[in-house]
Design a protein around this ligand. Structure first.
Ligand code: ADQ
Length: 483
């Protein structure tokens, strides 16, 4: 019996190891939810890094971790500190991440890190081969594992291999800069189906394949090595019901059941000044356009001073990759900007920006989503952006306005949001004004359409559509060979 194998850089679990005590918590993130049915099916397994550094584990701990993971149908790929430094913090986060997000000035090309990237992809391949048979279905995720499809295909020619990229695929003129471009493309072409969030990323990829590898491309199919590879877009959704139901429950909470945050936020709304709340939530990453957003908010307050004391920006930033220098600089810049603007505009009754640099539990995220009049999601570049979708799913009264950057993949399916170019401060600032003044009727009609779409194309649907398309790949192969 063939089985499903999911491969991603990190396993969908959190491991806590203190002294000899071990606890494994399944993670509740979007990808883990979407993959649930694929993973739970038959003997399905998930392969990835556990998050623990290999050489720091005693033999006994290692065995215990493996045993505990196996209960969750997970198999770890061991990574050493050098792997973490060069493959993960190095090549993945200092080369591929900035390049694919068009931050060429942040992109470094270090041969030693490229070698480590190859080595770790080979490590992953070994674990996949040790735990699979030819004929199994293998779904590989994201930019850390671009070489893996080819490494697996070589030994599993009858397996259907899918690959999905969660970040943007850049235009050819950006991708061509990359020194090892042929190897990377060939690595991806080991897959039978290659998926992206949007049609634009798909087009960019096909253009690189044509111009760099000079391969034949028929619409969305590539002929390579006597195989036909299908390329398609699958916009990732969210666990819609989870967000919708959680906020429905919140709205029904009695006063005694409310969280402190919920009470604080409600007081805010009821206050005499009727201050409106604008929410932004991201990982602290330079692609998310955080300094830009703060500056645009300042521009708005200067342009429309009547909004002073009438509006507040609540900005959540989750710490991320804080060992990488650019992220350290970004943290400093954000702290300084928030300090400067709060210093400039604050009054005894009002602080324009509430800034939190930490992760929030799910319950508090819901409090914030449900209490905010406007969501301001303005990345400079973003593969999809799930926060925009989560905000919409929590608006059970169909009010609220989403302002969304056109540089986020999500903008392609969320036309009813106010779509802006985050570099155009005039437009940015007018969008904030438009959102704050939008009639309830208009809010409702926009929200209804957005919600309907997100409810239908949720994360489970996304995963099942991908799997369905992957299972059909060999059928396509015959059609194209015959023409
Ligand atoms: P990310 O860059 O991590 O994902 P995103 O899609 O916005 O970005 O997902 C972030 C997740 O983290 C959301 O589910 C959000 O609720 C959660 N989160 C954010 N801030 C939080 C906080 N302070 N506390 C707790 N949780 C918080 C990458 C790509 C995206 C793509 C996804 C999925 O960069 O473009 O949408 O993968 O493919």
């Amino acid at each position: 019996m063939s089985k499903n194998i999911i491969v991603s850089n990190r396993l969908p679990v959190q491991i806590v190891l203190e002294n000899e005590k071990l606890a494994v918590f399944p993670s509740v993130g979007g990808l883990a939810t979407g993959m649930k049915s694929v993973h739970a099916d038959g003997d399905g397994i998930w392969i990835g890094w556990s998050g623990l550094e290999e050489t720091q584990l005693t033999q006994k701990n290692k065995e215990n971790v493996e045993k505990a993971l196996l209960k969750e149908k997970c198999i770890p790929v061991p990574l050493t500190q050098d792997n973490i430094d060069d493959f993960y913090l190095g090549f993945s986060n200092k080369t591929l991440w900035p390049l694919f997000h068009y931050f060429t000035e942040y992109t470094s090309f270090e041969n030693s890190q490229w070698l480590s990237y190859k080595e770790v992809n080979e490590k992953f391949a070994k674990v996949v081969l040790d735990n699979s048979e030819d004929g199994d279905t293998i779904w590989i995720h994201d930019y850390q594992l671009l070489l893996l499809p080819e490494l697996v295909k070589e030994h599993r020619p009858n397996s259907k291999i899918g690959f999905f990229l969660h970040i943007p695929y850049p235009s050819f003129e950006i991708f061509r800069i990359f020194p090892w471009r042929e190897q990377l493309l060939k690595g991806m072409l080991g897959a039978d189906l290659i998926g992206f969030h949007t049609y634009d990323y798909e087009r960019h990829f096909l253009s690189s394949v044509k111009r760099i590898l000079r391969l034949e491309v028929n619409f969305n199919q590539i002929i390579y090595d006597d195989r036909v590879i299908k390329v398609d877009s699958f916009p990732m959704g969210i666990d819609y019901d989870k967000f919708y139901n959680a906020s429905k429950l919140k709205n029904e909470n009695t006063q005694a059941e409310k969280s402190d945050l919920q009470i604080r936020l409600e007081e805010h709304h009821k206050s005499a000044s009727g201050t409106k709340l604008i929410l932004s939530i991201d990982r602290l990453d330079y692609t998310k356009g955080i300094p830009n957003r703060i500056k645009a908010f300042e521009y708005f307050l200067n342009q429309y001073p009547e909004y002073k004391e009438k509006v507040r920006l609540i900005m959540l930033a989750v710490p991320s990759r804080s060992n990488v220098p650019q992220y350290k600089r970004l943290k400093r810049e954000t702290d300084e900007l928030v300090g400067r603007i709060n210093g400039k505009f604050s009054t005894v009754n009002w602080t324009p920006i509430w800034y939190f640099y930490r992760s929030f539990p799910f319950e508090n995220l819901i409090d914030l989503y449900t209490s905010s009049d406007v969501a301001l999601i303005t990345p400079l570049r973003d593969g999809m952006n799930l926060v925009a979708k989560e905000y919409v799913a929590t608006r059970t009264n169909q009010d609220g306005v989403l302002i969304l950057s056109e540089m986020a993949g999500a903008s392609k399916e969320m036309n009813e949001a106010i779509i802006i170019n985050p570099n155009n401060f005039e437009q940015f600032s007018n969008a904030i004004k438009q959102a704050l003044e939008m009639s309830e009727e208009e809010q409702n009609s926009r929200m209804k359409i957005l919600q309907k779409r997100l409810k239908r194309y949720n994360v489970e649907k996304w995963a099942s559509e991908f799997m369905k398309s992957l299972s059909n790949t060999n059928k396509n192969q015959k059609t194209v060979q015959a023409t």
